[in-house]
Design a protein around this ligand. Structure first.
Ligand code: URA
Length: 413
């Protein structure tokens, strides 16, 4: 069977549902070898998958492991997924906010790679916080608190773990049907009623252009809704970092400020846009979402009493007066990465204390000698990080703030 499957895709043909099911089963059971799976990924990268094949691949990957369910807990069950960026800590605010609004949020998140941060790394900056809850603990936390943010258990979409690792090794990550199946297989296994997607666009994002991000968002919305999960997508700006902080513990601190009704305007605005609930703003301002966050952190073993902090800070100053016309998310992300906040390989450790604070955003006025950014360092690669951050900013003479939410994609009938 695998020989036929490879020959058909190599020639650009269409695979049947049975052939896709057999391939995914073979990947998990080991009857499809790693070289065969790698060849298949390469053929798909070049030849593509149509919508029907993508739906079949997503379904088989979702069914390749445990499907979570929440007996005895009243929904609706809702989650959000971001395609990743720099300073994107929305999940830390949105999960407890939704829980406070009465929705249940079984959020399975991931770790950062390269210049993009990961929700689990940020939360693990909180002393004691555990991201490895087993099924019983997930269920109890969702029942008692209304939300959890934890890591992928070994049994959730195991085919994705194998295929994603191979994609990383074979330069086949940037392939829309494979991304759709990878992201949605994990989310659809969570037992959701609703899924809100945040597809980032720009220098710090996976998708650099609006057109590519829109294609990905539309495909995910089609496949998610095809499964009966109400799925919407927002295309949002990642040309500049979100909020002020990029790192790990500094993003927790900024999330807490936002959960208490403060925080940077763009983080607050995006959280409320993704929340999509008429009472979200009132609840955020009341401080109740922060109390819910505290309960989630305690339920997952964490303590907010003594957050770690970086041993040293270095301020980067503006060399001219004018308006910020660019604050490059990729350069800021690279700075946080070289300081130690990110990882190159999945098995690398991150330093929770280090990162970058960006004091000026696109459209802001700045005077020569004013702080542009602060590096929070542990004395590693400080000069490289300083050069990255200094190069991230462009100062011009025109104030032109960037729009944050670029488009919203709903299911088409
Ligand atoms: N994130 C995922 O989980 N999978 C992809 O393929 C890309 C981003």
């Amino acid at each position: 069977m695998i020989d036929d499957i490879l020959r058909i895709k190599r020639a650009g043909g269409r695979l049947s549902d049975d052939q896709i099911a057999s391939f995914v089963r073979g990947v998990v059971e080991g009857t499809v070898s790693r070289p065969q799976a790698a060849a298949w990924l390469g053929f798909v990268f070049i030849r593509g998958l149509d919508d029907g094949e993508t739906v079949a691949l997503t379904r088989e990957m979702t069914n390749s492991g445990t499907r979570l369910s929440w007996p005895g807990i009243e929904g609706p069950f809702v989650d959000k997924h971001s395609t990743g960026g720099v300073g994107d800590k929305v999940s830390l605010v949105l999960a407890p906010l939704w829980a406070e609004l009465g929705w249940k949020v079984p959020m399975i998140s991931g770790r950062g790679l390269g210049h993009t941060g990961g929700t689990l790394d940020k939360l693990e900056a909180i002393p004691g916080y555990r991201c490895d809850l087993d099924d019983a603990a997930l269920h109890a936390t969702l029942r008692d608190v209304g939300c959890f943010i934890s890591g992928q258990t070994g049994e959730l979409a195991p085919s994705d773990r194998v295929l994603y690792a191979l994609r990383n090794e074979t330069q086949t990550v940037e392939c829309i049907p494979l991304i759709v199946a990878s992201i949605l297989s994990k989310k659809l296994a969570e037992g959701l009623d609703r899924l809100v997607l945040d597809v980032k666009v720009g220098s710090g994002a996976f998708m650099k252009t609006f057109a590519d991000a829109k294609t990905l968002a539309e495909a995910m919305v089609r496949v998610g809704n095809g499964y009966g999960v109400h799925t919407t997508a927002n295309l949002t700006d990642m040309e500049q970092p979100l909020g002020i902080a990029a790192g790990n513990v500094n993003e927790v601190v900024e999330s807490i400020e936002t959960l208490k009704g403060g925080g940077p305007a763009d983080l607050r605005a995006l959280t409320l846009a993704l929340a999509g609930h008429p009472d979200a703003e009132r609840v955020l301002d009341s401080g109740a979402a922060y109390a819910r966050f505290e309960r989630m952190v305690h339920a997952q073993g964490g303590s907010l009493a003594a957050l770690p902090h970086a041993p040293r800070e270095l301020v980067v100053l503006a060399e001219e007066t004018g308006f910020i016309t660019r604050c490059d998310a990729l350069a800021v992300g690279r700075a946080a990465f070289v300081l130690g906040a990110g990882r190159l390989r999945a098995e690398d450790a991150v330093d929770p204390r280090v990162g970058v604070l960006v004091h000026k955003k696109v459209g802001d006025r700045v005077e020569r000698g004013e702080p542009l950014a602060t590096l929070q360092t542990a004395d590693r690669a400080v000069e490289r990080a300083r050069a990255e951050v200094a190069g991230a900013f462009t100062i011009g003479q025109v104030a032109a703030p960037r729009p944050l939410v670029l488009a919203r994609i709903e299911a088409t009938p």
